[in-house]
Each structure stands twice: as structure tokens, then as C-alpha cells.
Design a binder for this molecule. Structure first.
Ligand SMILES: [Ca+2]
Length: 489
């Protein structure tokens, strides 16, 4: 008997003998027409890659890569050339994207961890449970919501995906997998279905997530409710566990490419193929014209993966442009199309932008939203987005406890403290976009940026960022409680 996943509860349900032919009989086109007409608000898809560098698309700076489908979103939609993450690390970047606030103000200063015996002391985030996040907001406004892919914003209530507004969660609770075919982490299964460990599934994780996304979109197309799909691929994060035959094809095509780079290229091309299949399904089901799509990456590309961060200095986990800038494109047929903007924007602008687009009052969020709506920019209208202080930060463990790395940008000037023990650096990004030479640390611009930086650190210092002890759950205990057993050493 044919089985399908219920999009509301995520459990496998058998299609009855009488329902199956009936479903077949309804033509895809007429069902899609009815669905589109019923949906006053557009569907929303956010596709987020993990550690994809600013330059790593064939339409950006990568000449050794072929990403025609994502390139299509960049050319058919609105491409933003000065788009930033809020952090150079995963959890804080995702916190900003989903709350509309600076990462640290949302309670997430660094990576949220529970995988090692000492992780409690290396955990740097506790998503503020009083904040409403994007899936909660959209669910409240009539959307069916799904996270397909990586969460990385908590491991226990109240901060699991289902607790935070996702009707369906199929993906990865933590930061990474160790094997993209066995879907394991630290010897335990790492693929979840809502609050339980998912039954084992065959295939490369990128293809598996694409299949899940298509399944969700297909089923949502039959519903009168609009949907929100957060498709957060865990590629091209390490391990660079790419399909061998595809890696060989890339090596044949790109003579001289290193093995590491060929693997990274393959992982991104594989996402591109997934995006192509998703777009095809949206078009087939008549939803393409009523679906907002965003494509981006959580943070900059990783040095050891030989990522391409375009012309910029630095990599993931640094406060230089290469760690912070990410590729970004937006599309909504007839409304957000064929444009390119140099306006600056940041992940925390997405929640207010969607509120604007969907006519949901931003006051439905209890928190002080710090991002701004960039809808005028996306619609090709005049807008000034650059006259604010852009704040970037991450907290991470080191041998002396933990370190805070920060940067602040206003206009063309950026003050960087990339490592606590290192001197501050002040750059004029208009004349020195590669951040090669620090200006003297004096004068009004320096004083202003330094003051703003200290104010922000002081404000964020009042926000708790560690998980309460009674809420902390160690990885093996969490997995076993969710029905998973250790499968490897
Ligand atoms: Ca990342």
C-alpha cells in the first residue's frame, strides 16, 4: 500500500484504496488553480545553505562550478550584492534570521552544543523562549510550516523545531552530520522526524532533504492554506562527503582542481540540482507564481573546505567580510523580479520584510525587532538601508575560557576585533574592500564605532545565553530518549 507523510503530524499514513484513485483523477492543474485562488498570501520558501561562501555560485565568483538553477533565482529574482549574515557562525546566524533581531539579543551568541561531555561549558546559545520566531508567527497567521534540514537552535523544549512553530520537522537537530550517507553524528542517528529519530533512509542527505521538501510542497499544494518551507541544507558544511561519481565528473571537467575543492563544488552543485527539482515541482503544481523564495547561506565559506568568498578577506568564524557576507537572492513572480541591488541588508531583516510582504503587523512579535523591511528594495523602489549600524558577533570557546569576536559597520567604515588579544582594526571598505590596512585608531569615526560597539556589548551582556541546567540534555541521552540507538563508534 502506498504511504505518504502527513504534513501536520509527520507520521506515515497509508492512502486508502478509495482515496488513491480519487487523488489521481483530480488533474494537477485544476487542483493547483483552486489552491492558488484560495491563498490570499503567498507561500514562503527560505532555502539556506550551510557555509556556502559569498562567491560560491557560477553567477557569483566561482568559475569552476555550474549552478544554473540557483543562478536562475539570482537572475530572475533580485540579487543583493551587499547582503550580510549577522554572525560568522551557524546558530547565531539562524537566530537572527528567524527572530528579526541581532543574534546576541535573541540569546544566541555562538554555537549551541550538547554533543560532548563538556558541551555544557562550550554552549553559547539559548534562543530566548519569550521571542516569537518566524514559523510561530506564520503558523499563527494561517500557514502550514515545515523545517526540512538543519535547526541548530536548541535540543530540548522549549526550543525544538516543533516547540517553535514548525508543524513538521524532518532534518538535523544539531550542527552537523559525520556521514552524509548513514546520516549519523557521534555514532548516533542524526535524522529526525519531529520529536523522534526518523526511521533509517537511504541516500545522500542533500537528495533526501530535497525529496522531503518536494513531498511537503506537493502535499501543501492540495491545501487551501499557504505554506512556509524552511529548507536548510546542511551542505556544503564539512565533512565534504560528496557523491564520488559526481566528484569525478567535476575533476574531469575542471583540470587541476584539488580534491577538496572538487568535493565542495560537488556539494553545492548537488544543492543546485535540488533547487532545480523544487522549482520544477512548484511550476508543475501551479504554485510558482504564488511563492516567495529566498536563497542564501547562514555564514561565509570555510577555509579548510577551500570555499570561495569572492574578493573578500577571511572565512567562516572570522569578522572579516568573507566570514560575514553571503550570497542572497529573492523572488516572487510579478513582484520581486529581475533586479539587482547594492543596498546593505542582513539576515535579521528577513522577518520584518516578510511581515511587510504578507501584511502581518510586526507588532505581533513580542520582541523589539531590530531588522528593517527591505521590501521596497526588493520591489525596486527607492530605499536607504545603509544608514544604520550593522553589528556582527560570535562567541566561541578557547583554552582560556571563551572569546568574543565582534565587528561593527556604519557607512563605509568597519571596526573589527577579530580576536580578543589582537588589536582593533578600522577599515574604509570603499577604498579598501579587502580589509588589508587598518586606519589609525583615532578620530571621530573610530570613537563613534568604538562607543557603539561597547554599548552593544553591554546591552547584549544583559541577555542570558546559556541553557538553564534543568533544560540541558546531553546528546546521547537525547537521541536515546527519542528512540535512537548508537549505530557506530
Ligand atoms: Ca554554517
Amino acid at each position: 500500500m502506498k504511504k505518504s507523510i502527513c504534513i501536520l503530524c509527520g507520521t506515515a499514513v497509508a492512502m486508502t484504496a478509495s482515496a488513491a484513485p480519487a487523488a489521481k483523477a483530480a488533474s494537477a492543474a485544476s487542483a493547483a488553480k483552486a489552491a492558488t485562488a484560495a491563498k490570499a498570501r503567498p507561500n514562503v520558501i527560505i532555502i539556506l545553505a550551510d557555509d556556502q561562501g559569498y562567491g560560491d555560485l557560477s553567477c557569483m565568483y566561482a568559475r569552476d562550478m555550474q549552478t544554473p538553477n540557483i543562478d536562475g533565482l539570482f537572475s530572475d529574482g533580485v540579487r543583493m550584492d551587499n547582503y550580510y549574515s549577522n554572525s560568522a557562525l551557524s546558530s547565531p546566524a539562524r537566530a537572527a534570521l528567524l527572530t528579526g533581531c541581532n543574534s546576541d539579543m535573541a540569546g544566541v551568541q555562538g554555537v549551541i552544543r550538547n554533543e560532548d561531555p563538556n558541551s555544557y561549558y562550550e554552549n553559547f546559545g539559548h534562543l530566548n523562549p519569550k521571542y516569537t520566531i518566524l514559523p510561530q508567527l506564520l503558523k499563527k497567521n494561517g500557514y502550514t510550516t515545515a523545517l526540512i534540514g538543519k535547526w541548530h537552535l536548541g535540543y530540548a523544549s522549549p526550543n525544538t523545531p516543533n516547540d517553535r512553530g514548525f508543524d513538521l520537522f524532518r532534518g538535523i537537530m544539531g550542527g552537523m552530520m559525520d556521514d552524509y550517507y548513514t546520516h549519523t553524528r557521534k555514532g548516533y542517528p542524526a535524522l529526525w522526524l519531529n520529536k523522534t529519530i526518523a526511521p533509517p533512509v537511504k541516500g545522500h542527505i542533500t537528495d533526501v532533504l530535497t525529496d522531503y521538501a518536494i513531498d511537503f510542497v506537493r502535499q501543501s499544494g492540495k491545501s487551501e492554506k499557504p505554506f512556509f518551507l524552511y529548507l536548510a541544507y546542511n551542505a556544503p558544511h564539512i565533512p565534504l562527503d560528496a557523491p564520488k561519481d559526481w566528484v569525478e565528473r567535476v575533476k574531469q571537467r575542471q583540470p587541476g582542481i584539488t580534491d577538496t575543492r572538487a568535493r565542495l563544488v560537488t556539494l553545492i552543485e548537488q544543492i543546485d540540482a535540488g533547487v532545480g527539482r523544487l522549482v520544477e515541482e512548484l511550476k508543475r503544481s501551479g504554485q510558482w507564481e504564488n511563492t516567495f523564495i529566498m536563497y542564501s547561506s547562514d555564514n561565509g565559506g570555510y577555509m579548510q573546505s577551500q570555499a570561495n568568498n569572492g574578493p573578500y578577506r577571511g572565512y567562516k568564524a572570522t569578522m572579516y567580510e568573507g566570514g560575514l557576507r553571503v550570497p542572497a537572492a529573492f523572488f516572487l513572480k510579478g513582484r520581486i523580479e529581475k533586479g539587482r541591488s547594492t543596498n546593505m541588508a542582513q539576515h535579521m531583516d528577513i522577518v520584518p520584510t516578510l511581515c511587510d510582504l504578507l501584511k502581518i503587523p510586526v507588532t505581533q512579535l513580542p520582541q523589539q525587532v531590530e531588522g528593517i523591511s527591505i521590501l521596497p528594495t526588493l520591489e525596486g523602489r527607492a530605499q536607504t538601508t545603509d544608514d544604520r549600524y550593522f553589528w556582527f558577533m560570535e562567541r566561541e570557546a578557547n583554552e582560556k575560557g571563551n572569546k568574543l569576536q565582534t565587528a561593527i559597520r556604519h557607512g563605509n567604515f568597519k571596526l573589527v576585533q577579530n580576536m580578543p588579544a589582537e588589536p582593533y582594526e578600522l577599515f574604509d571598505l570603499a577604498s579598501d574592500p579587502k580589509e588589508t590596512t587598518s586606519l589609525p585608531l583615532s578620530g571621530d569615526i573610530y570613537k563613534d564605532l568604538y562607543f557603539q560597539m561597547r554599548v552593544h556589548i553591554a546591552n547584549a551582556g544583559a541577555v542570558p545565553w546559556n541553557v538553564p541546567k534543568d533544560e540541558y540534555v546531553y546528546w546521547p541521552d537525547m537521541v536515546e530518549k527519542a528512540g535512537g540507538k548508537k549505530v557506530a563508534e
